[in-house]
Design a binder for this molecule. Structure first.
Ligand SMILES: Nc1nc2c(ncn2[C@@H]2O[C@H](COP(=O)(O)OP(=O)(O)OP(=O)(O)O)[C@@H](O)[C@H]2O)c(=O)[nH]1
Ligand SMILES: [Mg+2]
Length: 228
């Protein structure tokens, strides 16, 4: 059995993400959205795993066997919170967790007190990434932003915000209401003091935008538009 755990639910646009959750539920997945930072959402996962193993364990009980130890494997793209999830389940302090992709480098088994043994794995990506997907992954820190030109990543983010979340964008950088798409780099550069000798420091603006998402100063955004 498979459970689809949707991490960082606290950072998304719930209107859009909830549609995706429904979509995967309709495909037959067990879907659990969680915020692993500061609440007890992880208990829903334990409950679900226990429910899934109930029938097996009842059969074993009837034969006087002990409960079966559950072996679970966590897979997902880099930096989504796999290690955080496993540490939480195992009641451990956040070891092997950092806000960048590629932190977990090998397979690590951890035991939880719920008779579950759980395997942490390095983040996985598809062998070939479509450009738009790659930009979304860079925007959400699943791939290192250096892999793509950072100015392109920032440009992707800004255009996306301009079309889909203008109020978040305009509030964050105190933009004037009549700011156009083409003026975004210039206006943000003015706002953060990234203009030198009348020139926009594109790299600084780009890093600022990328970091504002990474460090949760911009939240309430879902980069994958619901299109099913
Ligand atoms: N806001 C928020 N942050 C989270 C959540 N889950 C994990 N994080 C943060 O996401 C970052 C990455 O977490 P990890 O657990 O290292 O992610 P990972 O999937 O193991 O990453 P790799 O090992 O690099 O593939 C850390 O800064 C976590 O604190 C969540 O539900 N909400
Ligand atoms: Mg990890």
């Amino acid at each position: 059995p498979r459970i689809l755990v949707v991490t960082k639910y606290d950072l998304c646009d719930q209107n859009v993400t909830d549609k995706w959750l429904k979509y995967y539920e309709n495909l037959g997945y067990i879907v659990i959205p969680v915020n692993l930072k500061n609440n007890l959402d992880y208990k829903k996962i334990i409950k679900e795993i226990e429910d899934l193993s109930l029938s097996i364990n009842e059969r074993r009980k009837s034969k006087d066997l002990l409960d079966k130890e559950i072996n679970a494997l966590v897979i997902g793209v880099p930096n989504v919170g796999k290690s955080t999830l496993i540490n939480t389940l195992a009641g451990k302090r956040s070891q092997n967790v950092e806000n960048r992709p590629g932190v977990t480098k090998e397979l690590v088994w951890l035991k939880t007190k719920h008779n579950i043994k759980i395997l942490d794995t390095p983040g996985l990506l598809w062998p070939k990434l479509e450009t738009n997907i790659a930009f979304n992954l860079a925007a959400t820190t699943a791939i290192k932003e250096e892999v793509l030109p950072i100015i392109d990543v920032a440009n992707h983010i800004l255009e996306f915000l301009f079309s889909n979340y203008p109020e978040i964008l305009f509030t964050r950088y105190k933009l004037k209401p009549n700011t156009s798409n083409d003026d975004l780099f210039f206006e943000i550069a003015k706002h953060i003091g990234a203009i030198k000798n009348d020139e926009i420091d594109y790299e600084r603006v780009s890093m600022r935008v990328i970091n504002d998402i990474r460090s949760e100063r911009i939240t309430g955004i879902t980069f994958d538009k619901y299109d099913r």
